[in-house]
Write a protein that binds this ligand. Structure first.
Ligand SMILES: *Cc1c(COP(=O)(O)O)cnc(C)c1O
Length: 453
């Protein structure tokens, strides 16, 4: 059955799922203050986040109500379709059933508005007038521009200069939705000015843009900062994807044997996976979980599970997570959304406790999978999402070889309409694969803080 036709508004979940109370005992470690090695209290986040989001960050309630105003905005594009990839199954000649949940139908083209919308809402409720945030390739910035526009707030996006110059259409999109977009480093913040003094031609980096946006928020009372992945509350907002999908799978009369997604900071995958993970953690189902990452930024498959900073400059608390070292700068692969040095602590803990596994792919093979998918299912996927497609195709081929009728479910986190130059390079044979950056990772791993915790 093509479940895309069953999209009644009744399907829209009214609660997000918080996995924290269901996590294996002792698997989560508290964030620490780097100066003292002591756990940080929620108040440490108060200068840049509203109390409502901070309490979600540390909540132990299993379900959290989605405010009605947020549900109203979600309804502009949710529920999103669950699609049975019958044409891809045929191309692969597999007995497996392949389903995908398609988040590219949001106005910004990815799953990211699932959290930018509630984040804007809770900030507006707290009296905040403006959000300052960073963006690399532009996906998070456009999701936040959309969300602030929906709630009548202002938005300042610090966009990494190289992307600002190379991805002008993402910038236009943010401007259409009323955001002010600045090429970072800017002359507006101390952090930006410090970089420009040393290097007036700096092309910027995500680390610098994060420092600028959080400084902007910390120095203006009416302005808060906002993060698009990694944190517990962000992953929780994304569970609207999986809660919806569970109902759709039930209508389809199937339950997944394996749930697959791509991981950058971990939010889109957590969003689809956690509601199914609840069934595994309670012992009700045997479902498996597989996360796919780029081999050029192999956070989970080659990184280390330890306390490290969340940002490049080392100004956040320390989080227990898989990391390649906080100042690791991955090669400029096209899957810009998967270039973060670390992983959401919740995802890391699930891998560590054996509830989830991970695999890494090079960019040539993920574009090959993307083109196979586009030619079968018509949708042109984002390079990030194509890591999940590659993993799903590999599973389906294994099922064929084993003669097994497995049910495979993956998250198609976004479309690739702003990534056509990358497709162009792939199709003309100019796309390069980066070798595993062993030396650079060794260097940055050596800078992971060493404490007595
Ligand atoms: C940002 C992005 C990602 C990676 O972020 P996660 O937090 O790991 O989900 C994946 N896919 C798309 C389309 C993105 O825009």
């Amino acid at each position: 059955m093509a479940v895309k036709t069953i999209l009644s508004e009744d399907m829209l979940p009214t609660r997000w799922y918080n996995i924290v109370p269901d996590m294996p005992a002792g698997s989560l470690k508290p964030p620490l203050d780097p100066a003292t090695g002591e756990p940080v209290g929620p108040e440490a986040l108060a200068p840049i986040f509203p109390m409502s989001l901070i309490s979600q960050e540390v909540s132990t309630e299993r379900f959290v109500d989605i405010p009605e105003e947020v549900q109203e905005i979600y309804k502009l594009w949710r529920p999103t379709p669950l699609i049975r990839a019958r044409r891809l199954e045929k191309v692969l000649d597999t007995p497996a059933k392949i389903y995908f949940k398609y988040e590219g139908v949001s106005p910004a083209g990815s799953h990211k508005p699932n959290t930018s919308v509630p984040q804007a809402y809770f900030n507006r409720e707290a009296g905040i007038k403006r959000i300052a945030t960073e963006t690399g390739a532009g996906q998070w910035g456009s999701a936040m521009a959309l969300a602030t526009q929906m709630f009548g707030m202002a938005c300042t996006v610090y966009m990494v200069r190289i992307s600002y110059e190379q991805k002008p259409y993402r910038r236009s999109m943010m401007e259409v939705w009323g955001a002010e977009v600045l090429a970072s480093p800017t002359g507006r913040t101390n952090s930006g000015r410090a970089v420009l003094e040393k290097d007036p031609e700096s092309l910027g980096s995500l680390g610098i843009a994060i420092s600028e946006a959080s400084e902007d928020a910390a120095t203006h009372d009416d302005t808060n900062y906002s993060l698009g992945s990694v944190l517990n509350h962000v992953l929780m907002h994304q569970t609207v994807v999986g809660e919806e999908c569970k109902q759709q799978m039930e209508i389809a009369g199937d339950y997944p044997d394996i749930v697959i997604g791509c991981i950058g900071g971990g939010s889109n995958y957590a969003g689809l996976a956690f509601p199914f993970m609840r069934d595994r953690l309670s012992g009700e189902k045997q479902v498996e979980f597989l996360a796919a990452e780029p081999s050029a930024c192999p956070t989970v498959t080659r990184g280390k599970l330890t306390y490290d900073f969340g940002d490049a400059l080392g100004s956040t608390p320390l989080f227990m997570m898989h990391t390649l070292g906080h100042d690791f700068t991955p090669p400029g692969i096209h899957a810009g959304g998967l270039r973060y040095h670390a992983m959401a602590p919740l995802i890391s803990a699930l891998v560590d406790t054996g509830n989830m596994s991970a695999v890494a792919y090079g960019q040539t093979e993920i574009f090959e999978a993307a083109v196979t998918f586009a030619r079968a299912e018509a949708i042109i996927p984002a390079p990030e999402s194509s890591h999940a497609i590659k993993a799903a195709i590999d599973e389906a081929v294994r099922a064929r070889e084993a003669g097994e009728g497995r049910v495979i479910l993956f998250n198609l986190s976004g479309h690739g309409h702003f990534d056509m130059s990358a497709y162009d390079q792939y199709l003309s044979g100019k796309l390069t694969d980066y070798a595993y950056p062993e030396e650079k990772i060794k260097e940055s791993m050596a800078k992971i803080p060493k404490g007595t915790w």
